[in-house]
Structures are given as C-alpha cells and as structure tokens.
Design a protein around this ligand. Structure first.
Ligand SMILES: *Cc1c(COP(=O)(O)O)cnc(C)c1O
Length: 436
C-alpha cells in the first residue's frame, strides 16, 4: 500500500469522503488522491516521495509558482509581527490600491476570506441596492457554494453531475433564474418577463468551471446594457480569472478593450497568493451600501487578515507584465502540444480558451463548447485514462475534465519538457477509452 492510500483510508473515517473539498476525492477519475506534503516552483511533492509538475496551482492562486521567494519572505515577515489583530492594518489599503490599479471601475473594495463570501456579499448588496429579489445566473457558471447560486453550477457540482444541491430551500432556488450561457435571446426573454424584479445578473467574466468557455464577442457588454436597461446590476465574477487571464483578469481582455466596467466585481484565488483572501469591489455608490456606510450588513472576524494581505500584496506586486507574457506564451505552446498529441491518436477534441486559461473538451471539434449543455455532452469518459496516464508520468492535472489548466511563472523548460513527453501516452490512453 502506498502512503497516500494509507492516508486516504485514515481520512475517509475522519472527513466526509476523506476530503475538505469534493473534487479532491478523485471521484470522477477514480483511484486514490495523492496526498501532498510540500511544493516548490512548478512542482508538488507527495507523501510517497514522488514529484509532479503541477498544472492545478491550488486551483488557481499560485500564479507565481509555489514558494515564490518574495511571497514567502513577505509572509514570514508578517507572521513575525503577529497573526491577527482584528483591527485595520496598512496592507489592506495597499492591496486595495493594487486591485484598483488593474481593474477599471473599482472605487471601493471590501476584503473577505473566500470567493464564496465575495459572491454571497455581492448578491446581497445587489438586492439591498436595488430593493429587488431575483438573480440571473448562467448554467455551468460556478460562484462558490452559497445556496442561491448552486443551481446548475459548474466545478464540483458539474463534476459530480448534481442538478444543484440538497439542503437548498425551494424558496431560495426560486429566486435564481438560470439561463443558458452565450445566449443573448434567453437573457432578453428572462428580462422581458421578470425585468422589474431582477436585482442583478451574475456571470463568470469568462466561464472556467465547466471547462473554459469563451464568451461570445460583446456578450459581457450586452449583459451590462441589458441589466442597466432594466434597473438591475451586473456582477462580474473574476474569482478565477482575476489577475490570471491577464493582469486585469478577463475584464482586461473584454471591458478594458471595449471601454466598460461592471457595477461589481468579485475577486479570489490569485488575490491571496495561496492564503484565504477574496474581495468584492465596484462603483462607490453601490459599494457604500455596505455597512458601516450603508444598510447592507457584512462582516468577518478574519477579513483582511494581515498574513493574507501580505501574501496578496507580494503576489500582485510580482505579477508583472513579464509574468503574464511568460504564462501566455507557455499556454499557447501547451495547447498546441496537447492538440498535436490528441490528433496523432485521432482523438476528437477542441481546445477552449479565455486568455491564457484553457481546457480540453473531448468529442467537440465540430462546434466547440459554447455553454453547459455542450460541456456536458462531451466524451468525458476519455478524461480519466488521460488524467491517470499524465499522473503516472509525473504531471498533476485537475481530477476533473471541467477544470482549467493552470500554468505559473515558475513553469520552466525542464518542467514543460516532462509535460510534453507525457502527452503521447496520455493521448493513447484517451484514444482507447470506452464509454462506461
Ligand atoms: C473558486 C470560485 C469561487 C469560489 O471561491 P472559494 O474561495 O472556493 O469559495 C467563486 N467563483 C468562481 C468563478 C470560482 O472559480
């Protein structure tokens, strides 16, 4: 028995499914999750002494790679000053300024601890500001695990093929209107029926939790205009894409180019550089509806935690133009290598992109993936053997076909060479996979 197997057996008796976040359990790919004990640069090290080129990056945060010296130093220095004060600290403003330098239309920022909290607060704020109840979300978009946004959600909800979640009341589910992604007519229709009751549309800036999906040209701007025409707000969820798809997230490739800003953004993942921090920001008029200036309550014992702020400030400070250029170039190279390996084995697929984020969708070459129905209709059974072949070759992909591939500033030629060498065998495994 491997050490990971022993550890997983122990964990299964201690935690539901042996994990603290569902997709980590390897449910959709089978086999035993690898227990990691350390990480450095582009590598993860498991409890059995094996190392892996990491293409998950803690599900997004590790933009600079693991144990980036400047981030480690900043965190060590912060730890030496104490762990939490429950007061305002200078770094909260430093991090807010770094966010505002990158994203247009962020007049105010509120830090929270998780992406879920950020979207939960954004939804409450939109309701408080507009005095309306209904929220429009897109099928396959994931916004964390708040009750009202679990309907037709991506990420683990998609991986586990759940329609939503037990434990969400019918009343709550009834306040969320789910429409297909990339379908302007469906959005127009839902607004013509419920327009005066809709508080906000929430959308991933570019969906990356049903695999990656490219927003149609002008789609986000259309959402903004439609929302505003009906007195509703647009919440752009940049938790995954923020500081990743470009220096200013996917907004940097859409809103910044097209000259518009949403009412609210949500941020997470990269903003904390691996520590639990997230935030929401936007127009002052809306954000000032939050307590203590406004009537919408929101608070957090560990919000703006000084260690997390230090990690966030160091990460964003070192996320330079060179870092994005490096990741963009590597991403293109890797996309081409994956495609070439799959083509060599005759495996039908498409590569879905949003800036440097991408994912592979099997059996979708004809139409690509435009929405959740397309994502679900793919030949997902090809992923498990592909994933396990890569894992055996020392490459750690996300244990679900519905996740993006994440690169970092630390991925160098040596690490990428291992990935490229692993691809032909993985493509062969995908080619010989049979539907269950
Ligand atoms: C990860 C994610 C969230 C939730 O963030 P947590 O920190 O896991 O709560 C919300 N929205 C998007 C788009 C995400 O990818």
């Amino acid at each position: 028995m491997t050490t990971s197997e022993e550890l997983f057996n122990r964990a299964k008796n201690l935690m539901p499914g042996g994990v603290n976040s569902p997709v980590r359990a390897f449910g959709s790919v089978g086999g035993t999750p690898r227990f990691m004990v350390s990480a450095e640069g582009p590598y993860l090290h498991d409890a059995d002494g094996r190392d892996y080129v990491d293409l998950v990056g803690s599900w997004g945060p590790m933009l600079l790679g693991h144990k980036h010296p400047a981030v480690q130093d900043a965190v060590h220095a912060a730890v030496d000053k104490g762990l939490s004060f429950g007061t305002s600290t200078p770094d909260e403003s430093a991090l807010a300024e770094l966010v505002m330098q990158r994203f247009g239309g962020v007049d105010r920022l509120r830090m929270v601890s998780t992406g879920t909290e950020a979207t939960m607060t954004a939804v409450r704020l939109a309701r408080g500001y507009t005095g309306r109840d209904l929220i429009v979300k897109f099928a396959g978009c994931y916004h964390g695990h708040l009750d009202s946004l679990l309907a037709s959600a991506g990420s683990g909800v998609a991986t586990l093929a759940l329609p939503g979640s037990a434990g969400v009341t019918a009343a709550t589910a009834g306040e969320t209107l789910v429409v297909p992604y990339n379908d302007p007519e469906a959005v127009t229709e839902v607004f013509s029926e419920y327009g005066d009751r809709i508080a906000a549309i929430i959308t991933e800036s570019a969906p990356a939790n049903m695999g990656v999906v490219t927003p149609g040209e002008g789609f986000n701007k259309f959402l903004l205009d439609t929302a505003h025409a009906h007195g509703a707000l647009l919440i752009v969820d940049e938790v995954l894409t923020g500081f990743r798809a470009s220096d200013a997230g996917y907004w940097g490739l859409s809103g910044r180019v097209e000259d518009w800003t949403p009412d609210l953004y949500t941020f997470g993942k990269v903003i904390g550089g691996g520590l639990p921090t997230a935030g929401l920001g936007g127009r002052a008029e809306v954000m000032d509806y939050l307590a203590p200036t406004g009537p919408v309550y929101q608070a957090g014992t560990l919000s703006g935690n000084p260690i997390a702020m230090a990690a966030g400030v160091a990460t964003l400070t070192h996320a330079t133009a060179e870092v994005y250029a490096h990741i963009d170039a590597l991403s293109l190279e890797l996309q081409e290598a994956v495609s070439a390996a799959l083509n060599a084995e005759g495996v039908d697929h498409s590569i879905q992109t949003a800036g440097n984020l991408f994912s592979v969708a099997f059996g979708t070459s004809q139409h690509g993936v435009k929405n959740y129905a397309d994502a679900q209709a793919q030949d997902a059974y090809r992923y498990a053997p592909f994933f396990h072949s890569m894992l055996e070759s020392g490459v750690y992909l996300a244990p679900s076909v519905f996740e993006a591939w994440f690169l970092s500033a630390a991925h160098d030629d040596v690490a990428m060479e291992r990935v490229y060498e692993a691809l032909p065998a993985a493509a062969r495994a995908a080619a010989s996979a049979q539907p269950a």
